[in-house]
Design a protein around this ligand. Sequence first.
Ligand code: N01
Length: 545
Amino acid sequence: MSISDRDARTASRTVPSRVDAVIVGAGFSGMYMLHRLREMNLSAIVFEAGGDVGGTWYWNRYPGARVDVESLAYSYSFSAELEQEYEWLERYPAQPEILRYARHVADRFGLRRDIRFDTRVTAAAYDEGGRAWRVRTEHGDVVTARFLVMSTGCVSVPKSPEIPGVGRFGGRVHHTANWPHEGVDLTGLRVGVIGTGSSGVGVIPLIAEQAADLTVFQRTAAYSFPARNRGLRPEEIAGVKANYRAFRKEQRESHFGIPVPMPTRSALEVSPEEREAAYERAWEIGGLISLMYTYTDLYTSREANDTAKRFVHRKIHQMVRDPRTAADLCPDYPVGTKRPCLDTGYYETYNRENVHLVNLRRTPIAEITETGVRTSDREHALDVIVYATGFDAITGALTSVDIRGRGGVSLRESWRTGPRAYLGIAAAGFPNLFMITGPGSPSVLSNMMVSLEQHVDWAAGAIGHLERNGLTTIEPTRQAQDAWTDHVDLVAAHTLFPETDSWYTGANVPGKPRVFMPYAAGVGQYRKRCDDIAARGYPGFTLSA
Ligand code: N01
């Protein structure tokens, strides 16, 4: 057990009855929020369902779990000392390295003393008379706080696989988002993986190396780009560290929170040869956005997107020997409209003798049985089922807490037809509630580190504004919230995103309203807008004394 583990477990379970702020979640956003509030001499307590800091990186421990943004960019910018002293090892670090970073930050800034681990927040109700939130936990703690910050993350509520017979299977069952801390030995076993999003694409090549036999159950094929992961060279680390301020500025002003040159031309204005060469170069560089950043219109024009789609299909056919398997692995939707995956050897894994792909579009799963998975044509006998079936994303963690604002109105109920949040951070009827990277903000369409720092800074700025001006509450007007929600929809409507069923639109969760949730105009533009609103004294918000 590491020192961090020990500290986390022995941390005091004393819970103050009153604080300035309750923060829900001790992932990267909750940790930074705590740090910011402390700097402002405000008291805060963090409740965290997991046993340590790290959020998504605490839970998602499956083999192959890696970040898809480069480490030197996927890191906090708030402390120059932290930036300089921390040594990243890989371009795209695996889960243990990122968790190590989260723990380092918790230790370095002494965060754990204000975090209560293994404590899930169940409810939060706004008391209009007392102008405070009353927050309840699963252990019966009740804390009164002026501010409630939901740092609950965008992919933190695993989606249950809605397949008949799920509870019947007699073998071992694992979900990638809740992987056993002690690891899982799959040597010599018959394993089935259901789901081929980022988690499936990450875990499949490594399970294939261990298991006697691996069957992949694919409903929707993923676009996966090569990660080209490698160790970082000392000179490139030194180069970024020497210029970190300029690098961070570029990140903040960029579209995705990742500094890369913006494309300037349409995919349709160049010759096929030139286009092919550009896509080849992007494929060689690898990473999440190289290919999607080759031309200006890959997210907005079907015709342009089709050129990239055909390129990736050709690549898949080059990598996968069996033509039928290769064809099954080729997605039919526009590239990039579901979150693309990054992989190391994903497609090549299907050339192994012990790996079989089941195309669920052709032979859907009928049920899970005691001994395996029965598809429409046959039974697949298994020892282990791994669900890589994703998350109730973006809103799931917010609506899983019973949050009630003015008049006892429930956030869950008021979002029944889709989430509504001004700037994606605050909701009308819920004073002093901040949702870090909430629906209607760039969130998952960006480097989350950049977006969560910006939201935390903005929330801290708003709280500071109240403090300095003797005000008690901040709350968006319904009019501003409606206008923002319409604007988010309008921006999305100019892109190809809403055309594809994905967790961005809630289409992966049966019964969830189908709304494209992230704000697609980019983090640079979004930040300007948020800063402008703060500078002008928070138009669109009601501030009360
Ligand atoms: O989840 P997903 P994920 N029967 O929703 C399938 C981040 N992340 O955990 O598309 C059969 O993408 C589902 O099929 P379909 C990243 O932002 C990052 O993989 O609904 N199949 C799909 O194939 C990512 O995008 C990293 O038809 C079922 C898969 O399960 C996000 O988290 C790593 C099914 C779910 O894919 C989510 O990724 C991991 C059913 N009943 C995650 N239900 C990195 O940074 C679902 N599926 C590298």
